[in-house]
Design a protein around this ligand. Sequence first.
Ligand SMILES: Nc1ncnc2c1ncn2[C@@H]1O[C@H](COP(=O)(O)OP(=O)(O)OP(=O)(O)O)[C@@H](O)[C@H]1O
Ligand SMILES: [Mg+2]
Length: 275
Amino acid sequence: MATDLHRQVIRPAGQKTDRKPDRPGTGTGTGTGTGTGAGTAVRVEGLTRAFDGRAVIDRLDLDIRPGEFTALLGRSGCGKSTLLRVLAGLDREVEGSVLVPRRRAVAFQSPRLMPWKPVWRNVLLGLPGHPDRAVAEQALEEVGLGHRSGAWPKTLSGGEAQRASLARALVREPDLLLLDEPFGALDALTRITAQRLVAELWQRRGCAVLLVTHDVDEALLLADRALVMENGVIAHDNPVALPRPRDPGDPRFAELRSRLLDQLGVDNHPAAQAA
Ligand SMILES: Nc1ncnc2c1ncn2[C@@H]1O[C@H](COP(=O)(O)OP(=O)(O)OP(=O)(O)O)[C@@H](O)[C@H]1O
Ligand SMILES: [Mg+2]
């Protein structure tokens, strides 16, 4: 699988990647463009991103398998979007090693459509060559928006605009789909529809997904793994081994929800709620 490479940290031999490393010599070598290996879509090792001398991401390690749906949770300001931007290749001011598929796409909370271009042109925006309108229309069909291909973005509802943004991501045929709170601004009903759509698209396309969300139930409905970010690293990595479609009424769902809320520092015990 084709990969990009950021600066590579030279790591002590044999150091595991599933825990916070001892502080390495922080020697930033130039690294060579090796692949992530057949079983890995994303491999992040010793990633550090600092703003004004403050490390928001601090020697973070993360592996994501091809086709795996991973949810990323964490308190506001803990660095989720920063990590996503690095994986998207939008921020290269980093130390560490970041290997990602060359084909990747990102969708944000706000759909970021250009108001002066019709929906289908927005979908094709930034694609190399001159792809045909039919390419955009196929992706729009996939998100149930084929009939709005020629519409102006300002005439779309919030949910429709978000679906157009998803079509723009899909048209890139990503091996890695990065979603930063894509349903955050949607009303509850539209949000459920959008979640189902993403689940369907993921099952059909088979790409790896990293979804940033604040919604514990959303993470448990959609993901194979729920990560909690804290102090600049992945502090908790929870497998979500529940059958699909998921049932929030399932006691195992409730148990995982409770564990995640604990990890997020939300007091969810009945006595605390009654107080
Ligand atoms: N370009 C920047 N310059 C300076 N500080 C930044 C920059 N981008 C992010 N930060 C800081 O890094 C920290 C992490 O920001 P980030 O947006 O990654 O948080 P987040 O986990 O996505 O939060 P939220 O859940 O609120 O979206 C914040 O303290 C933020 O102020
Ligand atoms: Mg964010």
